[in-house]
Ligand binder design. Structure first.
Ligand code: AMP
Length: 181
């Protein structure tokens, strides 16, 4: 499926959740079987020979394709969640958002030194959440950390926020204003 064809099905919601944001609603892809298959299959093809042992999905839209990828890659799935959602012993990391700070958590026994880790989220914007997730995972010294997004909003130029050794691949790179009338 071509990029343009996929983008035709992506709903853009202006001014959500706040004025000025062009919200890329990936649920308009997830509800479409052809799109969901195409997205999961294309990302799987990119990572299938990279020896990934754990996929870390970021709450909550990162859980959908993250879990599909984990199963297809023969890897385990690790949820990265907002504070207070995980039941067992956790590690957490605080990160800076546009206004104020936020925190994400993961179970402390999720990653070991033998792991090759793929962090997955639906969308890369400022990179605050996913770069913090990579830094949190690197505390466990896995063999390698990679990061993947379905969409990367290139206008944020956020790749530089990531630890240097993290390889990043996004299925669709686009400007936030693309597809807005
Ligand atoms: P980030 O700014 O990269 O930390 O983005 C954090 C999270 O917010 C991502 O997991 C996205 O799901 C969501 N997000 C941020 N900006 C947008 C946007 N324009 N459209 C859809 N989701 C967004």
């Amino acid at each position: 499926m071509k990029r343009a064809e996929l983008l035709k099905d992506l709903r853009n919601v202006p001014d959500y959740p706040m004025a000025g944001v062009q919200f890329k609603d990936v649920t308009s892809w997830f509800m479409n079987p052809k799109d969901l298959h195409e997205i999961a299959e294309s990302i799987y093809e990119y990572y299938k020979d990279k020896g990934i042992t754990k996929v870390c999905g970021i709450e909550s839209r990162g859980f959908v394709v993250g879990a599909i990828l984990a199963e297809k890659l023969g890897a385990g799935f690790v949820p990265i969640r907002k504070p207070g959602k995980l039941p067992y012993e956790k590690v957490s990391i605080e990160y800076k958002k546009e206004y104020g700070f936020d925190r994400i958590e993961m179970h402390k026994d999720s990653i070991c030194e033998d792991d090759v880790v793929l962090v997955h989220d639906d969308l890369l914007a400022t990179g605050g959440t996913s770069s913090a997730a990579c830094a949190m995972i690197e505390q466990f010294h896995p063999k390698k950390v990679m990061a993947n997004f379905i969409i990367e909003l290139t206008n944020f130029k956020s790749r530089e926020r990531f630890p240097k050794d993290v390889d990043i691949y996004s299925l669709v790179e686009m400007d936030e204003m693309e597809g807005c009338d």
